[in-house]
Design a protein around this ligand. Structure first.
Ligand code: NAP
Length: 520
């Protein structure tokens, strides 16, 4: 299959955002200006790509604007790169691999640990950068920095533990060894919803076992990636080990896929793009890891502790304004607790403060862009037209821009659009069910299989339902499940492979079997 035709559709969309530096910028407010100048003077506001340790403009001078979704302001213009820059980034990663892969685990561990320390030292500034370009509330953004940095700390420790095996031989004069070796140059393509953590969750294990990387962050949130790369340089990670290119996603994607020097592609993002990349990786038979979209059920059984269920459901649904792959997408509530739960849930949601992520007390920021709001609106309209009821919110927020009211919709059916696809916004659709069997059937009736949640006070049910759910991650009486020490990833079309934990390292290694004979 020709890669160009595989990725053609997105090319048309993306080429619109890159431009030569002639478009007038929307003025920043003084508040934003002062944050931006502080970040500039700390050296964390980088706008060029990083190739072979050098900050590099797009070769044709094109740039792409980065907006603050809470205000529409242009915060910066960054290099809009394509094929040529990507090829050079791959070459520099390939050259750097020769040296980096030969360091001891302990030497790589030290560099990763220094990078972790620098991220933590700069967590407020990095948090500000995330809020500026992504919109999530500052407290949540600083939380993401801690979460993102934790992957570097964890894999700095694991760098020393890339163990092989000695297998008892079937013949007396032979010995059988297993070595784990780094896979080579890794291409890491990441989304905008966690601009830092989705990068470190890939780059931490890759660097730990000796791989080098070319990162392609989202065009919506490149600034956090570039700031993290600046801190990687400061931490002594050698030039070329970590490269960043951004801009024309399909062109960059094609170059990464076509290269025989790139041995692994690791992607987090939509299922549609993940499928294209998987097909494109076939030509060069690359290793592939995919962290794709979810359609998480969150089941509240009659025997649940109402307070625990409310707290957990609020956390899993409304974190990052509903823009996470593990956000509850369908809330299944058993008939005996339905009225009580929906009324308490609606009251709690009405109290969620919406606004600019820099304002005190705000817990719900804007959506990433206008297209995201239109998608939410169309899903809500579809549900209403098919008989669902709005219990809270249900429309754009009076703040304008891309703000949407935290919303609850009751009497949703599992065949409505909002229950079939990820809404990726602050909308909680509630589905009523009668029995445990029915809940499991509804929960599993989807092509996705990333995260699922349920609330119950029965230990027997906890085991039964955990085992029956076709999901890679299950939260029992818990709405927040992400941690660097546990394997993160999905069943079915939610992806391939796992990130974080000891399992996350395997994605970046090849297994070599060495048979040593004639020893008798
Ligand atoms: P997306 O549109 O698929 O974009 C993800 C990344 O792929 C971005 O860097 C994007 O670049 C790039 N991209 C887009 N088209 C490409 C192409 N043809 N070739 C190469 N790269 C291409 O997803 P998103 O909207 O950013 O993120 C939201 C999705 O990510 C949701 O479905 C969510 O569930 C999923 N997600 C999954 C996980 C997980 O762990 N499973 C975690 C977070 C998010 P540009 O942005 O520059 O276009």
């Amino acid at each position: 299959m020709m890669l160009k035709s595989v990725l053609h559709h997105s090319t048309t969309i993306h080429s619109l955002r890159c431009h030569f530096n002639t478009i007038p910028h929307r003025q920043m407010t003084t508040g934003t200006q002062s944050i931006v100048s502080r970040l500039k003077s700390s050296g964390l506001l980088q706008t060029k790509g990083l190739i072979g340790g050098k900050w590099t403009d797009a070769y044709d001078g094109r740039t792409i604007e980065v907006n603050n979704p809470a205000s529409g302001e242009v915060i910066a213009s960054v290099a809009c790169m394509g094929e040529k820059e990507t090829k050079d980034a791959i070459s520099s990663a390939y050259e750097a691999f020769a040296h980096w892969s030969k360091l001891t685990g302990s030497e790589r561990s030290n560099r990763l640990r220094s990078w972790y320390n620098l991220l933590m030292q700069h967590k407020e500034e990095l948090g500000e950068l995330i809020t500026l370009e992504q919109g999530k509330p500052l407290k949540e953004a600083i939380g993401e920095v801690g979460y993102g940095a934790s992957f570097l700390e964890f894999f700095a420790e694991e760098a020393k533990r890339v163990y092989g095996d000695i297998i008892p031989s079937t013949l007396p004069d032979r010995r059988v060894f297993v070595l784990k070796q780094p896979v080579g140059v890794v291409a890491a393509i990441t989304p905008w919803n966690f601009p830092l953590a989705m990068i470190t969750r890939k780059v931490g294990p890759a660097l730990a076992c000796g791989c080098t990387v070319v990162i392609k962050p989202s065009e919506f949130t490149p600034l956090t990636a570039l700031a993290a790369a600046e801190l990687a340089l400061q931490s002594g990670i050698p030039p070329g080990v970590l490269n960043v290119v951004m801009g024309d996603a399909p062109k960059i994607g094609n170059s990464l896929l076509e290269s025989t020097q790139v041995r692994k592609i690791t992607f987090t993002g939509s299922t549609a793009v993940g499928k294209k990349l998987m097909a494109g990786a076939a030509d060069t038979v690359k290793k592939v890891s995919l962290e794709l979209g979810g359609n998480a059920p969150c089941i509240v059984f009659d025997d649940a502790d109402l307070e625990v269920a409310l707290k957990g459901t609020l956390a899993t649904k409304f974190r990052n304004s509903g823009q996470t792959c593990v956000c509850a997408n369908r809330i299944l509530v058993q008939e005996g607790i339905y009225e009580k739960f929906t009324s308490a849930f609606s009251n709690a949601v009405k109290d969620l403060k919406v606004g600019n992520g820099f304002s005190e007390g705000v817990v719900q920021g804007p959506l990433i862009n206008e297209a995201a709001v239109q998608k939410v609106e169309s899903f809500v309209q579809d549900a209403i037209s098919k008989g669902a009821n709005v219990l809270a919110g249900g429309k754009r927020h009076s703040l304008g821009f891309t703000f949407y009211e935290p919303t609850i919709i009751g009497d949703v059916k599992n065949d409505m659009l909002i229950a079939r696809q990820e809404v990726f916004g602050p909308v909680a659709p509630i589905i009523r069910f009668k029995t445990e069997e029915e809940a499991i059937q509804i929960a599993n009736d989807t092509n996705a299989g990333l995260a699922a949640y349920f609330f119950t006070n029965s230990i027997k049910r906890s085991w039964r339902v955990s085992e029956a759910l076709e999901y890679g991650i299950v939260g029992v009486n818990e709405g927040l499940v992400s941690t660097e020490v546990a394997p993160f990833g999905g069943y079915k079309q939610s992806g391939l492979g796992r990130e974080g934990s000891k399992y996350g390292l395997d994605e970046y290694t090849e297994i070599k079997y060495i048979c040593m004979g004639n020893l008798g």
